[in-house]
Design a binder for this molecule. Structure first.
Ligand code: NDP
Length: 295
């Protein structure tokens, strides 16, 4: 029977642990970390994410700030808001909710964030530090994947890992993190030849593609551990006309009979992301303020 790696439970335990750390920081230093989230426009999915981030930040005992700007905001005005947050000593983490409207250069905005407050880990300085093995704030989703893997395996050294996807927010940082753990890492993408064969060599297979149930059992080595990062909304006629459901990049029902362990969608990697964001905020605060904490 495959082990189901339950991201909801793991994230809840992580949040409880972080709450304990924040309460120690309050006692020791008389202050707690603060996270500022900037939302541009009224994309309903982004509004839900931002609301959840705010709720979980406060539940963890930290300070939460929200800056909502109209979808018509000019890039310079958005950059001014980020500068204010960079200059505010009470703000330890800054997150700009993506996607931004088309008239705004997202990379320019992300690179305007103080790298020491870049809790999403998307700043080029943090990407460079991660790639060169330095101390970096690391993108939340791949770090969540690593925490799950470290919880499952006694040792990652020497494992053959295949990461499908080479985006800057998931695939590349995922590969860099696993290289740091001395795994043998292959990154596959849409131009890879013989993807099925490449994947069959993986002890650990990580799918971050965005293609519903593309990874069937034929891609998976018997006894592999599979992390499914994909979140895809597809029609669910079995639930009734017009109904939708979420599925991952992996065909879960057939894959689960082949694997040692696997994350479900929903309830796998997804819930880890906000918990890791809170962890990154604490890390950023401790780095900036020279606080000692046990992360
Ligand atoms: P991107 O679209 O930026 O990247 C997708 C990657 O998959 C690309 O590198 C692309 O290759 C590769 N790819 C596409 N088609 C194929 C194919 N047929 N075979 C092999 N590789 C392919 O997506 P993201 O990395 O941002 O996200 C990936 C998935 O993860 C999405 O479903 C997203 O919703 C989900 N996600 C979930 C998060 C969470 O759980 N919290 C957070 C972030 C993302 P190429 O580079 O050649 O185009």
């Amino acid at each position: 029977m495959a082990k189901i790696l339950d991201g909801k439970v793991f994230a809840k335990n992580l949040r409880d642990e972080l709450k304990g750390i924040v309460s120690i920081l309050r006692e020791e230093y008389g202050n707690v970390p603060g996270l500022a989230v900037v939302l541009v426009g009224d994309n309903p999915a982004s509004e839900v994410y931002v609301r959840n981030k705010g709720i979980q930040t406060k539940e963890c005992g930290m300070r939460s700030y929200e800056h909502k700007l109209a979808s018509t905001v000019q890039q310079d005005d958005l950059l001014k808001v980020i500068k204010q947050l960079n200059d505010d000593p009470e703000v330890d983490g800054i997150l700009v909710q993506l996607p931004l409207p088309n008239h705004i250069d997202s990379q320019k905005v992300l690179d305007s964030i103080d790298p020491e407050k870049d809790v999403d880990g998307f700043h080029i300085i943090n990407a460079g530090r991660l790639a060169t093995g330095g101390d970096a704030l690391v993108p939340c989703t791949p770090l969540g994947c690593l925490l799950l893997l470290k919880d499952h395996f006694d040792e990652l050294t020497g494992k053959n890992v295949v990461v499908i996807g080479r985006s800057n927010i998931v695939g590349k940082p995922m590969a860099a993190l696993l290289l740091r753990e001395s795994c043998t890492v292959t990154i596959a993408h849409s131009k890879s030849n013989n993807l099925e064969e490449i994947c069959q060599r993986a002890d650990i297979l990580i799918a971050a593609v965005g293609k519903p149930e593309m990874i069937t059992k034929d891609f998976i080595k018997k006894g592999a551990v599979v992390l499914d990062v994909g979140i895809n909304r597809i029609a669910a006629p079995e639930k009734g006309p017009g109904k939708m459901k979420l599925v991952g990049d992996v065909a879960f029902h057939e894959a689960k009979n082949r694997v040692e362990a696997i994350t479900p969608v929903p309830g796998g990697i997804g819930p880890m992301t906000i918990a890791v964001l809170l962890r990154n905020t604490i890390q950023a605060a401790c780095n900036r303020r020279a606080w000692k904490c046990d992360l």
